[in-house]
Design a protein around this ligand. Structure first.
Ligand SMILES: [Fe+2]
Length: 365
């Protein structure tokens, strides 16, 4: 059943409470002298950008901030980032934040070093020139972008989510500091944490699964399912924040090895059409997708059950029905058509055709 795989160890992982303070010394060791700092406004407000600038300056490293992007970064925001970078002429990039900051940084790296538009690099390994070296500081426990060589960027006109990747787009080094993860807002923890859980679940069942992805998905599931509710109930619990953070990283690495499935293919049109947060759209779709794929597809995960997934969503206070988030019933056909076009649906245990996608939305309604 298991197919062959290539497993890369491209990224150095620095884990532990207080490791954010080592950003300057790691940047220096990697030879960074003018990093572009990519961080969203929430990260600026939390004071992390100021702290990053201080630790970089203490090593004689001068940086320039780009923060003009939102929760689902799009192609026009990437172009603004490229303009900011061209004015500063960075030799490296430091990204701080959740998936939006990390993905936006990767995308800016593509257009800055390759020229053209971000749409030109949709797909994998289309970068001819070397990319700038990057450090990622993950502040949420969700997307797993810190483990991946892909960025997800929306086309500003069509709203289609493009996956853009290249082996050299992976971070050279990532810092996982549980002190940052423990202070993420509860609403972010709820949606990002559930997204990470869905990564462990979907990667365990894709048609591309293999020994490496299954090992990663299993350990990610173990850490995430044991610590998600614990952190929700005990805000400030640094140990569960760290376990969740490392679980989200492993789940992101599992995606790199085996792709995702229909929960992501059906969630993406909900985000594109109604602006729903990615993790919220995932929370609406994961249970119907697992039900329709069949629980047997997920046998690699110890202790996995539909009841578990329901309990975790309820603990996080996430909506359970499309009608609760004002999705009109007459939109289901259009949503199903859009879901069937999603690349990630190809790796679902059953090929995601329009009829199956429509049934998944009906079950979620
Ligand atoms: Fe996701």
């Amino acid at each position: 059943m298991s197919s062959g795989f290539v497993s890369y160890a491209r990224t150095t992982v620095v884990f532990g409470p207080g490791t954010f303070a080592s950003l300057g010394s790691h940047a220096k060791r990697l030879g960074f002298s003018r990093p572009l700092l990519v961080a969203d406004n929430g990260i600026v407000r939390a004071g992390y950008v100021k702290r990053a600038q201080q630790v970089l300056e203490s090593e004689g490293i001068c940086s320039c901030l780009f923060n003009e992007f939102g929760e689902n970064p799009d192609s026009s925001q990437v172009e603004r980032g490229e303009a900011a970078a061209l004015a500063f002429a960075p030799d490296s990039i430091v990204a701080i934040g959740g998936g939006s900051s990390l993905d936006c940084a990767k995308a800016i790296n593509f257009v800055l070093t390759q020229g053209g538009r971000i749409q030109d690099y949709w797909g994998y390994d289309k970068a001819a020139n070397p990319l700038l070296p990057m450090i990622g500081v993950a502040t949420t426990t969700g997307t797993g972008s810190e483990a991946q060589s892909y960025a997800l960027i929306s086309d500003a006109q069509t709203k289609v989510k493009m996956a853009i990747g290249a082996p050299s787009a992976a971070f050279r080094l990532v810092i996982l500091d549980p002190e940052l993860a423990v202070s993420q807002p509860r609403s972010v923890l709820a949606t990002a944490g559930y997204d990470a859980i869905s990564h462990a679940v979907e990667t365990a069942a894709t048609t591309r699964r293999n020994l490496a992805s299954i090992a990663l998905a299993r350990e990610a599931w173990r850490l995430l399912s044991a610590n998600f509710e614990r952190l929700l109930n005990n805000p400030g619990d640094i140990e569960s924040a760290g376990s969740l953070q490392y679980g989200a990283y492993l789940a992101g690495l599992a995606i790199e090895h085996s792709m995702l499935g229909a929960a992501h293919a059906t969630a993406n049109p909900l985000t594109a059409t109604y602006g729903l947060t990615h993790g919220l759209a995932i929370a609406l779709m994961l249970v119907p997708v697992v039900n329709l794929n069949g629980i047997a597809c997920y046998s690699a995960l110890d202790g996995f059950s539909i009841g578990c997934l329901e309990d975790l969503a309820l603990a996080a206070g996430l909506p359970r029905r499309l009608r609760e988030v004002a999705v009109p019933l007459h939109d289901l056909d259009a949503l199903a058509a859009a879901a069937a076009l999603q690349w990630t649906g190809r790796f679902n245990p059953q090929p995601l055709e329009v009829n199956l996608a429509r049934r998944m939305y009906e079950c979620a309604y």
